[in-house]
Design a protein around this ligand. Structure first.
Ligand code: GDP
Length: 366
């Protein structure tokens, strides 16, 4: 199995990148997520967008559909199997959560209110992203509040700007310039994303700026396509599919009829019903057998309390609810490991707990 896993690791076999939305309160994080997640009316029910545990999954065809107008010129050959967007915008713990030594999140959208520039939590988010080495884009949101903005619903941002009068474009330009200066004061080099040179794009710490309106949707295509491009062109090494489970606990919850459950993000690899796993609890390592792997039903109408779809196996990246015994004291933000047929249980216990030690160390440094 090990050999098969190694053979399968290739740039042509990637997992979904995990994306988180961050930023100061009231910059429009929730609105942006809503806009990104909006159900495609023409396709009927959520069309290729499915609600997972703690996250929303977007199919490649849905992404291409959403970005069609922009991709007619950008021509990105999408090789990702989709993207997974964490559902709790602004929740900084998601950026801090790690899974076996690596970050839980592959990419972030840092939302800035174009009218306000950088604010306190923007700066805190910036520091955290940089200390974790998480690549991110800055959404210069509320572009529609520039004087006399004419809404061009859901258009690529350059088409929308082309529709505006000169004064409106000038206001946008000077506000964007201001944001750039403020970012530079924090030691961050940035530019409007379509004005970045090849060197900027190659540089690992250069940040693209994307003007957006979370209300009328201008620039949302741009954000989605840019994140996909960054993921597959810059992050493909960390996104290569591997058979080994990489999995992080988001939350421990009692659910009526199911008992204690653990919501996790399976970052990479496969988890199966019947797997023997080791988790971290306040009292030390816990060994448990996976008795159920659950995801919410695909359509909202079906979403009756405690009605879930049961799976035999789940491949990352995906959010899923686990059922098992002894999960009461499991801690959020800790890793889960499978005890394979050739593994010593004691070794896995030690490894899981050592990861926890380095996790708490890294948190206390922040
Ligand atoms: P959060 O605290 O960052 O999640 O911000 P919200 O998404 O709750 O938005 C805060 C306020 O800004 C709400 O009143 C939104 O309607 C408004 N808002 C968010 N995005 C935009 C935008 O792009 N344009 C305009 N005009 N208002 C926005």
């Amino acid at each position: 199995r090990e050999a098969a896993n190694i053979a399968a690791r290739s740039r042509d076999n990637l997992r979904c990148p995990i994306i988180v939305i961050m930023g100061h309160v009231d910059t429009g994080k929730t609105k942006l997520l809503d806009n990104i997640r909006r159900t495609n009316v023409q396709e009927g029910e959520a069309g290729g967008i499915t609600q997972q545990i703690g996250a929303t999954y977007f199919e490649p065809s849905t992404l291409l559909n959403r970005c069609k107008k922009l991709n007619d010129t950008e021509k990105l050959d999408l090789t990702l199997p989709g993207i997974l967007v964490i559902d709790t915008p602004g929740h900084e713990s998601f950026t801090n959560l790690r899974s076996r030594g690596s970050n839980l999140c592959d990419l972030a959208i840092l939302v800035v209110d174009l009218m306000h520039g950088l604010e306190q939590q923007t700066i805190e988010s910036l520091k955290m992203l940089r200390s974790k080495g998480t690549p991110f884009v800055v959404a210069l949101n509320k572009v529609d509040r520039c004087y006399n903005w004419k809404a061009c619903a859901n258009d690529p941002i350059r088409s929308a700007l082309a529709e505006q009068e000169e004064g409106t474009v000038q206001e946008f330009r000077s506000r964007a310039e201001e944001a750039k200066v403020q970012l530079a004061e924090q030691g961050v080099n940035s530019n409007i994303y379509w004005e970045m040179g090849d060197d900027d794009w190659q540089s690992s710490d250069f940040v693209p700026l994307v003007p957006t309106s979370a209300i009328s949707g201008e620039g949302v295509q741009d954000i989605l396509l840019l994140l996909c491009r960054m993921a597959q062109e810059k992050l493909w090494r960390q996104l290569m599919w591997c058979g080994n489970l990489q999995c992080t606990v988001l939350e421990v919850k009692a659910i009526e009829g199911l008992g204690m459950t653990v919501d996790v993000i399976v970052v990479n690899g496969t988890i199966r019903e019947g797997d023997k796993v080791v988790l971290c609890s306040m009292d030390g390592p816990v060994v448990s057998e996976i008795r159920g792997l659950l995801t919410p039903p695909p359509s909202r109408e079906m979403r009756v309390k405690s009605e879930y779809i049961h799976h035999k196996e789940i491949k990352g990246a995906l959010g899923v609810k686990l059922i098992g015994n002894g999960l009461e004291k499991v801690m959020a933000g800790t890793p889960i490991m499978v005890v394979g047929p050739d593994d010593e249980e004691e070794d896995i216990k030690a490894e899981v707990m050592s990861d926890l030690t380095s996790l708490t160390d890294s948190l206390s440094v922040d």
